[in-house]
Design a binder for this molecule. Structure first.
Ligand code: NAP
Length: 247
């Protein structure tokens, strides 16, 4: 991969202030992109943007589930940095519970952030991308969207929904020069998995052919490839980045 294949491009990464999203921001900035880091906590997003390699990155406070806030964030990013070429829908939360105890709020919050959030941003950026006949959208799903997971009916449904969104957007926008793909990470060391006990991590590692959880940078490398010019003929695909866990 060339070292500056994203030079001159603007990338917006939701949930870019921590974990996988932050690693994706670093990777896209390393490729030459100007990055808009979006998170609920504006100060954290700004600090993350300031620490990225290169200049002209910016942080924005926005709840991805709030469609009005999403529209104004996209307008602000385009005013500050220029038209958005790359969108990474990475913001995500878990509210795990067994089915019979799962509260309405737990289901709704997860769908609203993980699935509706991606819809909100995709709808907001796609008009400009279609006009310019250029754009790459990447949705960060999960292997549990492919396999299901006990205790995560809400989360697995949101991630399976993201795969349907990915393929529909890919079909709808392909003729207008816009690609849309998804990554399905396996288990990755971030705040989201920091509550796992040592015994749980060992049990998980036994299910992973490569024998260990992934790191955020493992996801970021695949993300940079999928949104970049080397993937110009790839759309509507789901790439599992999971140490071989699901195949
Ligand atoms: P994380 O460390 O918990 O970080 C989550 C990020 O999402 C934060 O930057 C957070 O920003 C942001 N966020 C959450 N809700 C938001 C909202 N409503 N609006 C805007 N931003 C919001 O999570 P992660 O492990 O890096 O996960 C990133 C993505 O990968 C998620 O979609 C997750 O489902 C997926 N994934 C993770 C794993 C894993 O094992 N870690 C596996 C498969 C898939 P604030 O801090 O500002 O709230």
């Amino acid at each position: 991969m060339s070292t500056n294949e994203l030079e001159g491009m603007v990338a917006l990464v939701t949930g870019g202030s921590r974990g996988i999203g932050l690693a994706i921001c670093r990777s896209l900035a390393g490729g030459g992109a100007r990055v808009a880091v979006v998170g609920r906590d504006g100060q954290r997003a700004e600090e993350a943007a300031a620490a990225l390699p290169g200049e002209r990155h910016r942080g924005y406070a926005c709840d991805v589930g709030d469609s009005t806030a999403v529209q104004s964030t996209v307008a602000a990013v385009e005013a500050d940095l220029g038209p958005i070429d790359i969108l990474v829908n990475n913001a995500g939360i878990t509210r795990d519970n067994i089915l019979l105890r799962m509260k309405d709020e737990e289901f709704d919050e997860v769908i609203n952030t993980n699935l509706k959030g991606a819809f909100n941003f995709t709808r907001s950026v796609s008009r400009g991308m279609m006009k310019r006949r250029q754009g790459a959208i990447l949705n960060v799903a999960s292997v549990v969207g492919l396999t299901g997971n006990a205790g995560q009916a809400n989360y697995a449904a949101s991630k399976a929904g993201l795969l349907g969104l990915t393929k529909s957007v890919a079909k709808e926008l392909a003729s207008r020069g816009v690609r849309c793909n998804a990554i399905a990470p396996g288990f990755v060391n971030t705040d989201m998995t920091s509550d796992l006990t040592e015994a749980q991590v060992e049990a998980l590692a036994r299910l992973i052919p490569m024998g260990a959880l992934g790191e955020p940078d493992d996801i970021a490398g695949a993300a940079r490839f999928l949104v970049g010019p080397a993937a110009r003929y790839i759309t509507g695909q789901v790439l599992a980045v999971d140490g071989g866990m699901v195949m």
